[in-house]
Write a protein that binds this ligand. Structure first.
Ligand code: BGC
Length: 765
């Protein structure tokens, strides 16, 4: 393949090479017929195929070929099931292949920094581990079919407001621990064929023109081997983009192809850079065609069944007072709310799928039970309609139980803009309250792409969060309502009580084009748990029709070094009467250390979804490596394990820890990085055993000298706590000045030892 590509590059004219680096139209690369270089076709993504054979657009306006609409990412993430994400990817890969699509534009692993982001429905989570694990599985699923993916939107595209011009201003540690981390494992383990660079700037430079992110981190550090494709219209300077490592500018950009030709001619762009981009694009093209064997048929029915299974795995039971659910088919049931008839199951914008078959809950329920129905509200707009409400109240009052299908309307969340509040439409809230006035047995089914306020929560007995669960949501909801499926989804994000409680409240969506990520690493539950802020429902939360208990937590070692691979296992028992699935969540916790490195109270470090029959017990085992304990050290520009006590916690959510064991980690020293200098303080130095020993010996000498100089007197020495606090703040350089008895070499030896410099040669001399 390499030789063929080299030969092509040698034969291509400068114009042909420049032309290859932008699209032919919205969805294709340019073919070079003279050299038999074929085109390839890319399509959105991520939860269904949007292949447009007719009029093209990247905003989800024009028609596309019918395709299965799977649950959107906010929903499939709630499955916490990597195998499921692989299966969805696999099915999408097959469908892409049958449609002759070479690259599917997804998945999106951007972090949900604020629940308001209009595109949160397309992203997995507020947690980087969950995002990266699900993203990895999805990419592998698609690519194992010989179809590429485009991991997006790299990087820090966490809002829609001014997405084309704003700068996400993020400190180094936060970038590493939260925003980059969501992408890192996907790149390293699944090697997506392409990565889509984002619209926004990061720390002042357009993500699509940033050499630091596209070359230094993505390629040099993480080993990315594919091509970088710009988001549609994200490149403002073709030369800067190519120099940075953005290979393919999408969509068509004919006029700026000439800029590249001119830049090579006048020497402002090295031709080698252009050749490199061509090499990557040609590799992508060849790879795509090597794998090509379009079958021409898509089994949409099979895809729909998988979409239903995915929805069933992802719907979250948030409340089930008095075991109101599952319903009995002998009950008089009223379905209320237009979403029972026309569900909201996907979001708006570029990811919009022309769904193959949408079966609403109202239609599906006919196989189960006879229900009465009233639409209750207008799903197109938030207008008060007392007549519709009165009709719904009447229907609800005549039933044993009312099931209200509610949520956000399309105008409230979409690609292109952010939400302004967490409220549901007022007409729907009013409807729920009015039904509760007449019907004590009320259940709400929610269709929404992100967290909402639930002012009526205390009045209803049941809540099912269906998110935007794809075209088969109706079947999934009905099967859960009647107990054919035991709900097993868990929230992949925190549901705050009020918008004002959210960590990014004061800086989202920024001022003008400056978006300062002031909350730093304290995103989502990392903030709520550390700060002890109540939420409506925590990250990882979800109920089941059965109950699980945990016991016998085992940790392979109580004291460990950074290199040690820790094995943690725990027994889970289904103590209820229904078979069910549990998401076992492992968090690593750390007490707040005001004077040390600030770390979240706990962080998700592993999870596993398991299936247990009623009465069954299973032992679940996790392996934890150093990354589970480390933080990003901004001085070393590296991951580091800081020594001390950590808690290994098993949680039913980020807030409810059921078992915990302490382990002690040794402080990790990074070879080749001089962490300690003469400006390090005594307090820092004594964290190291050698430093503690040194100071223990030096401190009395310093005190003696201080007395001699008349700076302090003997009596003051008795106030030990104050002395040591003040001393902890002194840099070594000051201490050195007060311990004249020590030779310079002694201080040098100390620093060498602290920085773990190999001293063996010196001692031999
Ligand atoms: C979106 C991308 C999408 C592209 C092509 C852009 O507006 O941000 O996610 O893949 O359009 O439709």
């Amino acid at each position: 393949m390499k030789d063929k590509i080299q030969a092509w590059i040698e034969e291509m004219t400068l114009e042909e090479k420049a032309g290859l680096c932008s699209g032919k139209d919205n969805w294709r690369t340019k073919a070079v017929d003279r050299l038999t270089i074929p085109e390839i076709w890319v399509s959105d993504g991520p939860h269904g195929l949007r292949k447009q054979d007719g009029t093209q657009d990247h905003l989800g306006i024009n028609e596309s070929n019918p395709a299965v609409c799977f649950p959107t990412a906010c929903s499939s993430a709630a499955s916490f099931d990597t195998d499921l994400l692989y299966e969805i990817g696999e099915e999408l890969g097959k469908q892409s292949k049958a449609e002759n699509v070479h690259v599917l534009l997804g998945p999106g692993v951007n972090i949900k920094r604020s629940p308001l982001c209009g595109r949160n429905f397309e992203y997995f989570s507020e947690d980087p581990l969950l995002s990266t694990e699900l993203g990895t599985a999805f990419v592998k699923g698609v690519q194992d079919q010989g179809v590429g993916t485009s991991l997006k939107h790299f990087l820090a595209n966490n809002q829609e407001h001014r997405r084309n011009t704003s700068s996400s201003n993020i400190d180094e540690r936060t970038l590493r621990e939260i925003y980059l981390r969501a992408f890192e494992k996907v790149v390293k383990e699944a090697q997506p064929w392409t990565i889509m660079s984002a619209y926004n700037k990061v720390n002042g430079t357009f993500a699509s023109q940033s050499e630091y992110f596209l070359t230094e981190i993505l390629r040099d550090e993480w080993g990315f081997e594919g091509a970088v494709v710009s988001d549609w219209g994200a490149v403002h300077d073709r030369i800067a983009a190519l120099t940075a490592g953005c290979d393919l500018t999408m969509p068509a950009a004919l006029d700026t192809d000439n800029d590249i030709v001119k830049a090579v001619q006048d020497g402002s762009l090295e031709e080698a850079k252009l050749n490199q981009a061509c090499e990557r694009i040609l590799t992508l093209i060849l790879k795509s065609h090597e794998a090509e064997q379009a079958t021409g048929t898509i089994d949409l029915k099979k895809g729909h069944q998988l979409a239903q299974k995915a929805a069933e795995e992802s719907i979250v039971l948030l409340k089930n007072q008095d075991n109101i659910l599952p319903l009995q088919d002998t009950q008089k049931i009223a379905f209320i709310g237009k979403f029972a008839e026309i569900p909201r199951y996907q979001g708006s914008g570029s990811s919009r799928v022309n769904s193959w078959k949408v079966i609403p809950a109202l239609e599906e329920v006919a196989h189960k039970a006879k229900v009465t129905y009233a639409p209750g509200f207008d799903p197109e707009q938030d207008v008060d309609d007392p007549a519709l409400r009165a009709e719904a109240v009447k229907v609800a009052a005549e039933a044993d139980v009312a099931v209200i299908f509610a949520g956000l309307i399309e105008q409230m969340e979409s690609e292109g803009f952010d939400r302004k509040h967490l409220g549901m439409p007022a007409n729907q809230n009013a409807l729920i309250e009015a039904v509760c006035d007449v019907q004590p047995n009320t259940i709400v089914i929610l269709h929404n792409g992100g967290p909402i306020e639930m002012p009526w929560l205390g009045r209803v007995k049941g809540v099912l969060e269906a998110y935007l669960a794809g075209e088969a949501v109706g079947g999934a909801v009905v099967r859960i309502l009647f107990g054919d499926v035991n709900p097993s989804g868990r929230l992949p994000e925190s549901f705050p009580i009020r918008l004002k409680d959210t960590p990014s409240y004061l800086s989202f969506p920024g001022q003008g084009d400056q978006v300062d990520y002031q909350e730093g690493i304290f995103v989502g539950y990392r903030y709520y748990e550390t700060k002890d802020v109540d939420v409506l429902f925590p990250f990882g939360y979800g109920l089941s029709y059965t109950h699980f208990t945990y016991s016998n937590l085992q940790v392979s070692q109580k004291k460990a070094t950074a290199e040690y691979q820790l094995t943690v296992s725990v027994e889970v028992t289904n103590v209820g009467e229904h078979d069910g699935k549990e998401v076992v969540q492992l968090y690593v916790g750390r007490e707040w250390d005001m004077l040390g490195v600030h770390r979240p109270l706990r962080e998700l470090r592993a999870f596993k979804k398991i299936s247990l029959a009623a009465g069954e017990t299973a032992r679940v085992t996790f392996e934890l490596d150093r990354k589970a304990f480390s933080y990003w050290d901004v001085e070393a520009h590296n991951w580091r394990v800081d020594g001390g006590v950590f808690q290994i916690q098993i949680g039913k959510s980020a807030h409810e820890i059921v078992l915990s064991e302490e382990i002690e980690m040794e402080d990790e020293f990074i070879q080749g990085f001089a962490r300690y200098t003469m400006l390090s303080t005594v307090g820092d130095v004594i964290r190291h055993p050698a430093g503690a020993k040194f100071i223990e010996e030096a401190a009395p000498i310093m005190m003696k000298n201080l007395i001699q100089l008349g700076f302090i007197n003997e009596e003051q020495l008795t106030n030990r706590e104050q002395d040591s606090q003040a001393m902890n703040g002194l840099p070594l350089s000051v201490v050195k000045g007060l311990v004249a008895e020590y030779e310079n070499a002694r201080w040098e030896d100390l620093l060498n030892e602290l920085n773990e410099v190999d001293l063996s040669n010196d001692s031999e001399e």
